[in-house]
Design a binder for this molecule. Structure first.
Ligand code: NAP
Length: 245
């Protein structure tokens, strides 16, 4: 069987390993945003397809039998592309998206729908803000000249950035103890994060709870669903769904 995994996540890499070990011909596709990405096993292609039509052509040319959308829950456009291209070609689509984080007792979360809303809150209510939102959506925070922003991401972010900022280049994995130290050392009073879900970046939420720090949590966008898309939450479930096709 020949599968295309739209990746860029740990679940995508896990699934590529599972499928390859069972003899599937797997191509993982990455957007090319990160300078030296963690690579999955099997074949890898890097770069966009040119929208839904380009992806549909690729699926036909490569005789793909199943597409797994294992992209990050905030990667909206590629998920829409996957839904449209598979609808047009009739190739089955499995959407592998890790469950969202849910607050537990003593969490102090403020839920927002957009990064602009998050920026309005941090500018008004906080002073030392930890941004763990990647480097593509920093612009809404850039005009705040008063407060300090600690920006943690994998690759160096481009301007515009807030006047007072510190950049920490790190891709984890992170521990609760290290996250608490980072927050204490920088006198953080607010953490901004997308509701990415998963275990790898959860320690920042545990650290914030233990230190009594507020979290501004950006809700997930609606991703395409529908009768012809099988939605699963783990690599193993995606593998089982693919085996049943
Ligand atoms: P996006 O806004 O949904 O995608 C923008 C464009 O990038 C797409 O239209 C597509 O170009 C191309 N693209 C995205 N993912 C691709 C993939 N896996 N393979 C080939 N082309 C891809 O995506 P994004 O938010 O920039 O995220 C890019 C990648 O980073 C995703 O693969 C995602 O899994 C990973 N990632 C994203 C986040 C996040 O917070 N957004 C966090 C961690 C990892 P064409 O239209 O030309 O095909």
């Amino acid at each position: 069987m020949r599968a295309l995994i739209l990746g860029g996540t740990s679940e995508g890499r896990e699934l590529a390993a599972l499928m390859s070990a069972r003899g599937w011909l797997v191509t993982s596709s990455l957007a090319g945003r990160v300078a030296s990405p963690r690579l999955p096993v099997g074949e890898v292609r890097i770069g966009g397809f040119g929208g839904p039509a380009g992806l549909a052509r690729w699926l036909i040319d490569q005789e793909v039998e199943v597409v797994v959308d294992a992209t990050h829950p905030f990667a909206e456009r590629i998920s829409i592309s996957a839904a449209e291209a598979t609808r047009a070609t009739g190739v089955p689509l499995i959407a592998l998206h890790r469950p969202a984080w849910e607050p537990v007792a003593r969490d102090k979360w403020r839920m927002v729908d957009t990064m602009e809303e998050a920026a309005r809150i941090t500018e008004r209510d906080y002073h030392h803000i930890l941004l763990t939102i990647g480097r593509q959506q920093l612009a809404p925070f850039a005009h705040d000249d008063l407060n300090l922003y600690v920006i943690r991401c994998v690759d160096r972010p481009d301007a515009p950035l807030p006047a007072r900022h510190r950049v920490i280049l790190d891709r984890g994995p992170f521990t609760v103890a290290a996250e608490k130290k980072l927050m204490r050392d920088n006198q953080i009073d607010c953490v901004v994060t997308k509701n990415s879900g998963g275990e790898h970046t959860r320690p920042k939420l545990d650290a914030a709870r233990e230190l009594g720090i507020d979290v501004v949590m950006v809700r997930r966008p609606e991703l395409p669903g529908g009768g012809r898309i099988t939605v699963v939450h783990t690599a193993e479930a995606a593998f089982n769904a693919a085996m049943e096709l």
